[in-house]
Design a protein around this ligand. Structure first.
Ligand code: GLU
Length: 481
């Protein structure tokens, strides 16, 4: 049975790259009828950000990523939390000390700094120098025992074999090999007694019977250490899959300097969760077909690791916006109307009858990217008190006698009959214009401006139909009076 996990650290709010990692884990689990677990990796107590766990959980739930194990939190399965499992990690570190694959080191921060300076000066890569520092090998058994007994500050480090190659297979990148001499003797337990990410991560992946570790490419350099840990414990390894980085248009790591990167920002901007997850799914994975719009169920069906790309995935904000429009156009107008109604009521708009709002959605959905844009974009349909208008254009119509006459003619000729068909409407406009000595082409823009206070919008015929004769006439009368 496939078992995967999403294992964020609560060092910040949910980044869209992390959302993708969570999503791919979720899709992979669902595709295989397996289990997806949420695990909070909060072993680094110095980097905790207040409220991060809650925010991440709520953003994941908003995005539709579900978890299958753990306590219930807000309708979803809540996380396993590493800080509640510290004893476990200490016990496991002990096992490694006993079997000789980890060791105690007593170096002070100053001693480590001096070591790094020496290495820098000698032009060698910084790495713990086991043979010259203060650890159980150089100090000997008795001194080590004495220091332990007196409670001297110490860490536990992984004993990395210097003369061996570490090999593993990555489901996306293929066979990987790193030489032991390039791997640092990673700290497993810090001087405060807390485990590092590496120890806690491997112990938990084993105890939670994780079959596939699917995570971001930035963790690839950690994997050889994890492979050594599995070996040290004598455990079978999970499969590994490292996802490509998410990049901005300049092919730099996606960062907030260039735009929104937090799931929460997209939520605030009015993205549909399904549009965001749909786009994020395609950012690093392709279905092998032309299809771009996928429901969550279709994603679950289609998603495989084989189709995840090795190279960085460009996060294209325009494409994301396009995706949102697709969802806007396809959604049920009544549902959208229900969703947006509170915002309209908040504005104190007079015309927020659900059916009417749904008709406005239908009329204008092709012209906006976000549902909430409708609040501003269609204010002339929701309210009769319109203030904003392009003054220059307004004044020039007001100063044009022929135009005023044409608009006045339209006001008196507008009947239910001419709203029966677009042709009848056009004929009425042509007649009203002609009687004022104008071509109908001349009056359409001014008519729109007077009725909607806007220079662009849906077809006037449809707009007036929706607005209704009374409201239209009132606006015309007010203008020509
Ligand atoms: N806690 C790590 C993170 O913040 C997890 C990496 C992994 O999945 O192993 O992303």
């Amino acid at each position: 049975m496939v078992r995967v996990r999403f294992a964020p650290s609560p060092t910040g709010f949910l980044h869209v790259g992390s959302l993708r990692t969570a999503l791919y884990n979720f899709l992979f689990a669902r595709h295989h009828g397996g289990v997806c677990i949420l695990r909070i990796e909060d072993t680094d107590r110095t980097r905790l950000v207040e409220g991060a766990i809650e925010e991440q959980i709520s953003s994941l739930a908003w995005a539709g990523v579900e978890f299958d194990e753990g306590p219930h939190v807000g309708g979803n399965h809540g996380p396993y939390i590493q800080s509640e499992r510290f004893d476990l990690y200490a016990k496991h570190a002990e096992l490694l000390i006993q079997n000789g694959t980890a060791y105690y080191a007593f170096d002070t921060a100053e001693e480590l700094d001096a070591m790094r300076t020496r290495q820098q000066q000698a032009g060698i890569a910084p790495k713990y120098d086991r043979s010259s520092m203060r650890n159980q090998y150089t100090l000997g058994e008795n001194e080590t025992k004495r220091l332990l007994a007196e409670g001297a500050p110490r860490v536990v480090r992984l004993h990395v074999p210097l003369h061996e190659e570490v090999r593993f297979h990555d489901e996306i990148r293929g066979d990987m090999v790193v030489h032991g001499r390039e791997i640092d003797d990673q700290i497993l337990v810090k001087s405060d007694g807390f485990p590092t990410y590496h120890l806690a991560n491997v112990v938990d992946d084993h105890l939670m019977e994780i079959t596939h570790v699917i995570r971001g490419e930035e963790w690839l350099p950690s994997t050889p250490k994890h492979v050594l840990l599995y070996r040290a414990f004598g455990w079978d390894m999970p499969a590994f899959a490292h996802l490509p980085l998410m990049l901005d248009a300049q092919r730099k790591k996606l960062s907030k300097r260039f735009g929104s990167v937090m799931a929460q920002d997209f939520r605030d901007q009015g993205y549909f969760p399904a549009a965001l997850t749909n786009y994020v799914a395609l950012c690093g994975w392709n279905p092998g077909t032309e299809q771009e719009v996928f429901s969550m169920a279709e994603l679950q069906q289609a998603f495989t690791l084989e189709r995840v790309s090795k190279s960085g995935a460009i996060f294209d904000y325009n494409k994301l916006q396009w995706m949102n429009s697709q969802y806007l156009v396809a959604a049920d107008p009544v549902e959208l109307a229900t969703e947006i109604k509170p915002l309209l009521d908040e504005r104190g708009y007079a015309y927020t009858d659900l059916e009417f709002v749904a008709s406005v959605v239908t009329l204008l959905k092709h012209r906006i990217h976000f549902l909430k844009d409708l609040v501003e974009f269609a204010d002339y349909l929701f309210s009769d008190t319109l203030t904003e208008v392009e003054q220059g254009a307004w004044q020039s119509i007001a100063a044009d006698d022929a135009l005023r006459t044409a608009l006045s003619n339209i006001n008196s000729s507008l009947t239910e009959e001419c709203l029966q068909t677009p042709d009848a409407f056009k004929a009425m406009i042509a007649q009203a214009a002609e009687a004022a000595g104008l071509k109908s082409g001349k009056v359409m823009k001014p008519l729109r401006l007077v009725i909607t206070h806007r220079e662009v919008g849906a077809e006037l015929f449809d707009t007036i139909k929706l607005l209704g004769i009374d409201r239209t006439k009132r606006r015309l009368t007010e203008f020509v009076a």
